[in-house]
Write a protein that binds this ligand. Structure first.
Ligand code: ATP
Ligand code: MG
Ligand code: MG
Length: 347
């Protein structure tokens, strides 16, 4: 079969490569690291910098289509790759790489983010606190994940004492939410769209701890509005593949948090919990194949992340015969690192 290129070498790439292999494709991983847990299960691996244009050109020559498992791939060097090979396109990356652009984009579509203000100086910060108030969260505009690059601001006087990092920032008001959920969709180039059921997501210290289905009535009520926004975002971007939008369910309806132009941790339950997983439908969408049914299998599903968990601890989870263990094969179990996940389905 044809070769699919994946930019980024982490667990999302690994799970995409497994889904691709099942459909008869070979994967070629492109990542700057010397070793990659996605490359471990793929046919080829290019270890090169994101801006190595010669390496990108050779990678593109080898691949029928190229996708991403990491949204912070620098966009400019991607001009070395024929645009028609990239799925999704670079516009989706540009928007999703910058919290300010992403909030403006969603606002233009009629969506509602938390109150926010860009912060590039101490004066901006003071003004942001004046207009938005505290508590709030100061975030780097780019490159954050798992709650990294975020500072909770409990009160206005604490904000004054803050040493601002030398990078573009954004200040957001703290949203009081009843729950968190994400809309995960897959879109084909012809505009066909499908959605997975939205789980209730629980974060601990900024890292996703678990996703549970069914999500409960508060979230379920807000999903239709959130889906409409997500579908409009996908359409506006001419999006191909799986797209994720994270939301807070509040008393005034869904508040947009952020988007990811890729498969998402809150959709990992779909490997066993849906007729077709997010990984498989991403591969199907970028290869122009029909999308599979996204219906949830069973009456309840729980996905728990294994954060900092050792291989030994993970294997012990198999004592539960209903547990589906996904262990990513990372070499060291640093605290706070996503080492795997475990899914449990109740018929
Ligand atoms: P991810 O790993 O999902 O990409 P991230 O580092 O980009 O995470 P966010 O999604 O911005 O981080 O924030 C992580 C979590 O922190 C959120 O899921 C939510 O629980 C909490 N959080 C972030 N922003 C806000 C906010 N404005 N109000 C309330 N809670 C927030
Ligand atoms: Mg994020
Ligand atoms: Mg997030």
């Amino acid at each position: 079969g044809a070769t699919i290129g994946i930019m980024g070498g982490g667990q999302l790439g690994r799970m995409l490569a497994v889904a691709a292999a099942q459909l008869g494709y070979r994967c070629h991983i492109y990542a700057p690291e010397a070793e990659s847990i996605a490359a471990d299960v793929s046919a080829r691996f290019t270890s090169a910098d994101w801006d190595d244009r010669a390496a990108l050109t050779a990678f593109a020559d080898d691949c029928a289509v190229i996708t991403y498992e990491f949204e912070n791939v620098p966009v400019e060097p991607l001009t070395a790759i024929p645009a028609e090979k990239l799925a999704p396109g670079t516009r989706a990356l540009e928007v999703a790489q910058d919290r300010l652009l992403e909030k403006r984009f969603i606002t233009e579509l009629g969506g509602r983010p938390a109150p926010y203000a860009p912060v590039d100086s101490a004066a901006d910060m003071a003004e942001a606190i004046r207009s938005i108030g505290a508590p709030g969260i100061l975030k780097t505009r780019r490159d954050g994940y798992d709650g990294k690059g975020q500072w909770r601001i409990a009160s206005a006087d604490l904000a004054e004492e803050l040493d601002l990092p030398e990078t573009p920032l954004i200040y957001e008001g703290l949203v009081r939410f009843a729950g968190e959920f994400s809309v995960i969709l897959a879109r084909r180039a012809d505009g066909e769209i499908c959605f997975w059921e939205s789980a209730q997501n629980t974060h601990v210290k900024g890292i996703l701890a678990k996703s549970v289905l069914p999500a409960g009535p508060t979230i379920a009520e807000q999903v239709p509005v959130a889906r409409k926004l997500a579908a409009e975002a996908a359409e506006k971007l001419g999006y191909v593949g799986v797209l994720t939008l994270e939301f807070f369910a509040t008393d005034d309806g869904p508040v947009f948090n952020e988007m990811a132009p890729r498969v998402h941790n809150s959709g990992h339950w779909s490997t066993e919990g849906a007729v077709t997983s997010q990984f498989e439908n991403h591969i199907r969408a970028i290869c122009g194949l029909p999308l599979g049914d996204t219906a949830t299998v069973g009456s309840s599903v729980e996905m728990r992340n294994l954060i900092g968990t050792s291989g030994e601890e993970a294997l012990a989870l198999l004592e539960d015969p209903q547990a589906h263990l996904h262990f990513y094969g990372k070499l060291d179990a640093r605290p706070g690192r996503k080492m795997g996940h475990v899914t449990r389905i109740d018929a």
